[in-house]
Design a protein around this ligand. Sequence first.
Ligand code: GLN
Length: 473
Amino acid sequence: MTDTYQNFRKRLLNGEASCRGVVENYLGRARSKSNLNAFLQLFDESIEAAERVDAKVKAGNPGKLAGLVLGVKDIIAVRGKRLTCGSRILEDFSSVYDATVIERLEAEDAIIIGKTNMDEFAMGSSTEFSAFGPVLNPVDTERVPGGSSGGSASAVAAGLCHVALGTDTGGSIRQPASFCGVVGLKPTYGRVSRYGLVAFASSFDVIGPISNSVYDSALIMEVMAGHDERDSTSAERPVPSYTSLLVREAGGFTVGVAKEALSSGIADDVRQTVEKQIDDLRGAGVKIKEVSLPHLDYTIPAYYILATAEASSNLERYDGARYGHRRQGVDELEEMYVESRSEGFGPEVKRRIMLGTFVLSAGYYDAYYKKAQRVRRIIKKDFDDAFRDVDAIVMPTAPTTAFKIGEKTSDPVKMYLSDIFTVSANLAGIPGVSIPVGRDSSSLPIGLQLLGRQFEEETILTLANHIEQSLKS
Ligand code: GLN
């Protein structure tokens, strides 16, 4: 049973529900569904936090997110709590401060009930690469929930919290949202502060919500987004009132269909379902126009060069001396580094560090890293060109629905290809949202993705809200 925060809030404000009650309920459900492995930690103190918010509700001054039960991907710092990033190397590491997003959400009375499981250091597309075991998809527990924010998507889809935070470096919010049948928003790069987010690939990473409705994602963005002096890449732009803009008519917008994204390599059910939505948008008065993203095939190689290069440098700090796991019983410094890292990192992270170090090394830098930077610029330009004619671009979120656990773990390239439709938004820094639009022949959720111009989250949210509402009626 899932619920939206929007619905809960109505019951809270008219006295039919309490924060304490809802937190206890979700904690109980999370415990009873521990087989999903969606949460790495649950916070019993959240019951006391709920009592404090109940007192504020009684006193007539509830925050904007009063009683919103939140799961937080375990790569975002919450003061005094373990911050593992799904890795052995940080298994015993606790954060001494709150991320900016946590400060802002708690200031509006959101209640954090725990930290969600994830692929180690957010590297993966299935959440099978967590050092603490794979996460299961609640729709079908033989299948992956997607990744890397699979714990967050699984928790929201299973009704273990109202909303969960994820991070998206190459698709890690949208693809798991698609696999689990929930809403996932990747904001524009720089729209949300990264202060307190452990870095994977710093020029791609962004925090965003996974929720059971477009409205809930819009609401949480109003609180979370905006400039932060502690993150110099956060944008100094005002934050629109996303929730009030949601109700605009969809009819005035022009939506682009990228022909390259609906051609080869997509499951039939996924293609047909997305095409049906495009027809329905047309029927609702949305102008549909074909656009071209001619370099779509180059996005995966470019992303996996640039993201691994950045990761290899960001992960240098886990050396056994400054943070986390240290191999005991070795006296020699270099051996201590090697042994600590060898024990602390899992296979996918090691693969990425090696790839990233390789593409940055003298002699290969020009051939790989520099070339990939050029491809990134070209992809950004493709989007700029397309967005001259259209307000948003529609495509599937992923080429398939959720795959079976173990199906792709032995073939990294196959795994990487499940990001084919998501990585381009990270290369270009633009926002994207995935919403559930139907089921395939095995009853697995299908996600539709809308991409927008930089800092125009409100446009894709309005269109997503229109689709969500029309699917209800
Ligand atoms: N699946 C992609 C990767 O493995 C994206 C991960 C992410 O967005 N954090 O790199």
